[in-house]
Design a protein around this ligand. Structure first.
Ligand SMILES: *Cc1c(COP(=O)(O)O)cnc(C)c1O
Length: 408
């Protein structure tokens, strides 16, 4: 069935992931929007997560009290292993779930510089998400280094060759988003990683917009370090902790710039000096955020059950349908596609840009379609394969068409 032309009802009926929508609090929620195209900023809540959080608070916290830590202390690495297996293509013992993406980016960049003593240059994209840009600048400044900024094409992103050409014997590390938060351009993770390695540098990947949406094979692709969000396609809820992957081959040299007690070899020995834990746990800093970890665990289970290959297949169908329809309805109003046209080079959102974008997004919101306005003239439509149905997408695109025409 051609996802750009088939009726939405037929596509939904044939969708092997259609049943997942009912496992999220979607259709029976009072005050719910007509269509939600922002799951790439904050995924919808899985029903089972809401139950598990209630249970955690009413039983785990209220009854078990301090005894709960016998189990909870292991969650950063246990949930990390589950995430590694279901989402990242990473063998056990290489992922922790902790902190926020921003904090883990800082820790990962610091660790990357420490892996390449004598090299002081970081390579990063001037089009990357603000927190990534701020942190790469801050880490470079603290270490007396510098940043070499790459300027990506606003719709097509960076080619692997462009990135690799900027890496030389002065480069300690490259920081790059796998899926661009604005354009959805998908970087060639394997080629960039291999090219950077050939010049002796390491790569820190930001997987915020790919984890749970795009299949990943971090071990097979030789990735060094990676971080990402869990509240986007992993649906772990507002403020849920982030994840950090570090390849086992780097663990012995892996330096934690925030060496708190939960990363120490024997957490409850209260030792006089910080001795890092063997392995990835050394990258944990303080007390684990237990409710968030429980939610990540459940989100990872759902993504694992659906399978990232099937998720990707539906994601491509959804974004292709959106692109085809936007070509018809947006172009006559002077709008352009600001995402790659080739589905193989695109993540799970679609961006269009044109005159009056802020007003168009506001008219959509007034009609119950939640999407994102992005400065200066972009509207971003996020499509979450586990919860976005083809019917929901069509309902949203009808509203987009009306909003472009000035009605709302
Ligand atoms: C969403 C996102 C973040 C968010 O960082 P927080 O610390 O969770 O606020 C960081 N980087 C990228 C590329 C993102 O898309």
């Amino acid at each position: 069935m051609d996802p750009t032309t088939a009726p939405a009802a037929a596509l939904d009926a044939a969708d092997p992931l259609a049943g997942f929508r009912d496992r999220f609090a979607v259709d029976d929620v009072p005050g719910a929007p007509l269509a939600y195209l922002d799951g790439n900023s904050l995924g919808r809540p899985p029903r089972r997560t809401l139950e598990r959080l209630r249970h955690l608070h009413e039983t785990g916290w209220a009854v078990d009290l301090i005894r709960g830590w016998d189990r909870w202390q292991h969650l950063p690495t246990e949930v990390g292993d589950a995430l590694g297996a279901a989402v990242l293509g990473a063998a056990p013992g290489q992922v922790v779930v902790a902190d926020s993406t921003s904090v883990l980016l800082f820790k990962a960049l610091h660790a990357a510089l420490a892996l390449r003593p004598g090299r002081t240059r970081l390579v990063a994209s001037a089009g990357d998400f603000p927190t990534d840009r701020y942190l790469v600048e801050a880490v470079a400044a603290r270490s007396g280094g510098e940043v070499r900024w790459l300027r990506p094409d606003p719709a097509e992103g960076l080619g692997a060759d462009e990135v690799v050409a900027a890496v030389d014997e002065r480069t300690a590390a490259v920081l790059l988003s796998h899926v661009d938060y604005r354009s959805a351009a998908l970087a060639d993770l394997r080629a960039v990683t291999a090219g950077a390695h050939a010049a002796g540098a390491v790569v820190v990947w930001d997987l915020s917009h790919s984890a749970g949406a795009v299949p990943l094979a971090l071990d097979a692709d030789g990735v060094d370090l990676a971080v990402g969000c869990t509240y986007k396609y992993l649906c772990a809820g507002p403020g849920a902790p982030a994840f950090l992957f570090a390849a086992a081959r780097h663990h012995e040299q892996l330096d934690n710039v925030v060496p708190g007690w939960f990363g120490a070899d024997d957490v409850f020995a209260m030792a006089g000096e910080w001795v890092p834990a063997a392995g990835i746990r050394r990258m944990v800093s303080g007390t684990p955020p237990v409710p968030g970890l429980v939610a990540v665990d459940e989100g990872v289970r759902l993504v694992g059950e659906a399978g990232t290959d099937r998720i990707r297949e539906k994601s491509v169908a959804l974004t292709s349908r959106a692109v085809a329809r936007l070509d018809t309805v947006a172009r006559p109003h002077g709008w352009r596609l600001a995402s790659p046209r080739d589905a193989d080079r695109r993540g799970s959102h679609v961006v269009v840009g044109g005159p009056g974008a802020r007003e168009v997004e506001q008219r959509m919101r007034a009609r119950g379609v939640l999407a994102d306005f992005r400065h200066p003239d972009l509207v971003r439509l996020g499509l979450s394969p586990l919860t976005t149905s083809f019917a929901e997408l069509d309902a949203a695109l009808d509203v987009v068409e009306a909003a472009l025409g000035g009605s709302g």
